[in-house]
Design a protein around this ligand. Structure first.
Ligand code: CA
Ligand code: CA
Ligand code: CA
Length: 498
């Protein structure tokens, strides 16, 4: 015997047990169900427009079952969709009004959702809302799942710290846009005290492709590089399918999250690096604002720290013929990089005491044919560091001494003497000191281990921007063995402090 308190909707044609579905179809009234509804495989729970199905328990949608809600379904227990794929539950409203935490399982597409449960609901799958998301009371905790509002969807009610989306996990609260326009993400955290910190974004232009979205997540914590005066909060905004956009953004924070002086705060986009500072905080509205963004990233409030510039000069043996000029690295069809760029190096900042740990980077930096390489250093790097240059087939090379980054500009030239590199580990070519080439496999030494991949690529007549192409001409052949053999004979390897 089935549980008498549970309504089980079975396959209509097979069982003929269709009374609940029939009632819902026919009556424009409130239909009370007992504690729990189970929709079995092959059956559909259909709620007509104008009908409210009041359910005082859970709704279980078995795999193969369906719900077509064109009216309203009041759920006070869990909504457990056991279908594996995204399931459209109809264009009607689901009212979550339980007295304890409600779980929404599975991947669901809703028309409208209203939350009126002070004990909150948890989404355990990716969730779409195409109509209205109404906040009466309670939190929607999305965790690792994405909550996506469609292009026509909107938010209603009065979001607050007691009625909002908690987006502090790896999931995002996403909104799709049909065209330029604005949307306020009613997001916040439930870390310690629940705090409401919505983000409003206003697209003023752009090309909005199908399935586009902008998505928000946040953390009630200091961004790791924050120092001095800062905000105990950061927001990450991503987007997909929105090309060539311009966008304004407003980030609302709570004064309780200010560490130090609020008047010192600016909106800082900390990612992507290098960080940039935007407008000063509005200390009466407690807002951080950005205008005319053309890219998103991670944003926080922080004091303005002077931008630092590192001007390096270096030559790579692999591209250097003398005359203070490098060739441009080639790929199979021509120059790998446009303009005056010869190649790219990656630059790391290392601390100056054992164990010389990584303090910043690696940062990908363009090196021009004249050896100059300039980039903006994150303002958080304000101490002394060894600068380490790495290149796809060159020997890792450290500065001869640590450099101070207390000022705004740091110049360093590896080419003027051997001692400019730690251990004087540079090669003299035509009056300039260059970074040794030939470390194809990037293990820190030039030896037979580099010859194996080179020989393999040469045997295959490989072309392209390849680490085995030690002279950077775009093809791998016996000419690439020269640097490698010369430096292998000299037992060239990286020399680093230890
Ligand atoms: Ca909090
Ligand atoms: Ca090697
Ligand atoms: Ca070559």
């Amino acid at each position: 015997m089935k549980d008498l308190d549970t309504v089980v909707i079975k396959r209509i044609s097979k069982i003929g047990l269709c009374w609940v579905a029939t009632l819902c179809l026919l009556l424009s009234t409130i239909v009370p169900a007992k504690a729990g509804i189970v929709v079995t495989s092959g059956s559909t729970l259909r709620v007509s427009a104008g009908t409210t199905l009041v359910n005082s328990g859970a709704i279980t949608l078995k795999s193969g079952g369906a719900i077509t809600n064109l009216g309203t379904i009041n759920v006070s227990g869990n909504l457990d969709n056991q279908n594996a794929s995204l399931t459209d539950l109809g264009s009607g409203t689901f009212l979550f009004n339980g007295a304890s935490l409600q779980n929404v399982n599975g991947q669901n597409t809703f028309g409208n959702i209203t939350i009126n449960n002070a004990a909150s609901i948890t989404l355990n799958g990716n969730t779409n809302v195409n109509g209205t998301l109404t906040f009466t009371e309670g939190l929607i905790m999305i965790g690792a799942n994405n909550l996506l509002l469609g292009p026509s969807a909107s938010v209603s009610g009065s979001p607050s710290s007691m009625a909002m989306v908690v987006a502090t996990g790896s999931g995002e609260f996403r909104k799709s846009f049909a065209s330029a326009g604005s949307f306020t993400f009613p997001v916040g955290d439930n870390t310690g005290a629940a705090e409401y910190s919505p983000v409003a974004i206003v697209f003023t232009g752009g090309s909005f492709g199908s399935d586009n979205y902008a998505g928000v997540s946040l953390a009630n914590a200091a961004y790791p590089t924050s120092t001095g005066n800062y905000l105990n909060r950061y927001w990450a905004i991503s987007q997909s399918g929105i090309a060539g956009f311009t966008c304004d953004a407003i980030f609302q924070y709570q004064v309780a999250d200010v560490i130090g002086s609020e008047s010192q705060l600016f909106l800082e986009r900390v990612l992507p690096e290098p960080p940039v500072y935007l407008n000063a905080a509005n200390t009466s509205l407690h807002q951080l604002t950005a205008t005319d963004l053309t890219g998103f990233g991670t944003f926080t409030g922080a004091q303005f720290l002077a931008i630092k510039t590192l001007n390096l000069t270096l030559f790579l043996e692999s591209l250097y013929d003398g005359g203070s000029i490098m060739r441009k690295a080639q790929n199979a069809s021509g120059h790998q990089y446009a303009g005056t760029i010869a190649d790219q190096v990656s630059i790391e900042f290392h601390n100056t005491t054992i164990p010389y740990t990584l303090a910043g980077g690696p940062y990908i930096v363009n090196v021009n044919t004249d050896g100059t390489a300039t980039f903006t250093v994150p303002s958080s790097l304000s101490s002394n560091y060894y600068i380490v240059a790495m290149h796809r087939n060159s020997i890792e090379t450290w500065t001869g001494v640590p450099l101070s980054f207390s000022g705004s500009t740091v110049d360093y030239n590896f080419t003027t003497s051997a001692s400019q590199a730690f251990g004087s580990n540079l090669k003299l070519i035509s009056g300039k000191y260059v970074i040794y080439g030939g470390d194809v496999n990037q293990d820190g030494v030039v030896d037979a281990g580099d010859m194996i991949p080179l020989d393999n690529d040469a045997a295959n007549f490989a072309n392209g921007y390849l680490s085995t192409d030690t002279n950077g001409d775009g093809s791998v052949n016996s000419n690439d063995q020269t640097i490698l053999q010369n430096n292998s004979t000299l037992f060239i390897g990286k020399i680093i402090p230890q």
